[in-house]
Design a protein around this ligand. Structure first.
Ligand SMILES: *[C@@H]1O[C@H](CO)[C@@H](O)[C@H](O)[C@H]1NC(C)=O
Ligand SMILES: *[C@@H]1O[C@H](CO)[C@@H](O)[C@H](O)[C@H]1NC(C)=O
Length: 231
């Protein structure tokens, strides 16, 4: 190879190396806009990444307490609780409920009825639902209640009409309520014929009465039954 060509090629590679090095240096020194400054002592929550796969440290999340406080301060919550309060006050006035009653609420949802009962002064309230809502409602299958026979004075089936197996749903509430205690179930507002069908689901209780009312903003019929036979 001729000398001047060799020299030219050498210069060319030297220039290329210099450009590449400078580019790398520039990339290294400059933080692109899309990256977050890792030395920022107060990173925004969404910019805070785990340092390694073992970094389980504080990640901001909504605690139960926070979520509950938010839920419990809504107007809908207060309104729904108050609709249950009316239902229970009616039972209290008729001596079916007192502060010392042991009460079970099935299909308790996030716990409106449990809250209403607790606010009224009822000391022993158990709320269950397929999904737990700590601290008001525990997790249990309404069709297979994890309670002994006859341990409650009042059993409430807040949403019998949403049950997949209404017969089983009713039998389990009835089973856990003592003789002389009462069961209350509510369904979408319905007429006499449908009430009779629901009453037939009970195997050892006597029909007391049915009443149309507004619960959680919906027109519903609540049916009151008294347990007569011991299981
Ligand atoms: C039930 O408890 C509430 C709250 O503690 C109280 O205000 C109310 O007077 C009690 N009712 C009866 C009948 O003792
Ligand atoms: C409840 O309302 C329905 C109409 O939606 C009516 O047929 C029924 O008789 C009412 N029941 C009671 C107990 O008032």
């Amino acid at each position: 190879m001729e000398r001047h060509v060799q020299l030219f090629l050498n210069r060319l590679s030297f220039a290329a190396i210099t450009v590449a090095t400078l580019t790398l240096l520039l990339l290294y020194l400059q933080t692109p806009d899309t990256c977050f400054d890792p030395s920022d002592p107060n990173p925004k929550p969404h910019t805070r990444f785990p340092k390694s796969t073992c970094d389980f440290n504080h990640r901001s999340y909504t605690s139960h307490e926070k979520r509950n406080r938010r839920l419990w301060s809504t107007k809908t919550w207060a309104k729904t609780v108050s609709s249950y309060t009316s239902l229970f006050k009616n039972l209290e006035a008729r001596n079916y409920l007192s502060n010392h009653s042991r009460v079970l609420v099935v299909s308790a949802g996030p716990g409106h009825a449990v809250q209403a009962l607790t606010d009224l002064g009822v000391e022993d309230v158990t709320g269950v639902e397929l999904v737990e809502s700590h601290p008001l409602v525990n997790r249990a299958d309404p069709h297979n209640l994890p309670f002994f026979d006859g341990v409650f004075d009042l059993g409430v089936g807040a949403y019998l009409d949403r049950s997949l197996f209404p017969g089983r749903y009713v039998l389990h509430i009835e089973r856990t309520v003592r003789r002389g205690g009462v069961c209350v179930v509510t369904v979408e507002e319905c007429g006499k014929g449908e009430v009779e069908e629901i009453v037939k689901l009970f195997k050892k209780s006597r029909f007391i009465d049915a009443k149309n009312l507004t619960l959680a903003g919906q027109r519903r019929t609540r049916i009151l039954m008294e347990v007569e036979k011991q299981s």
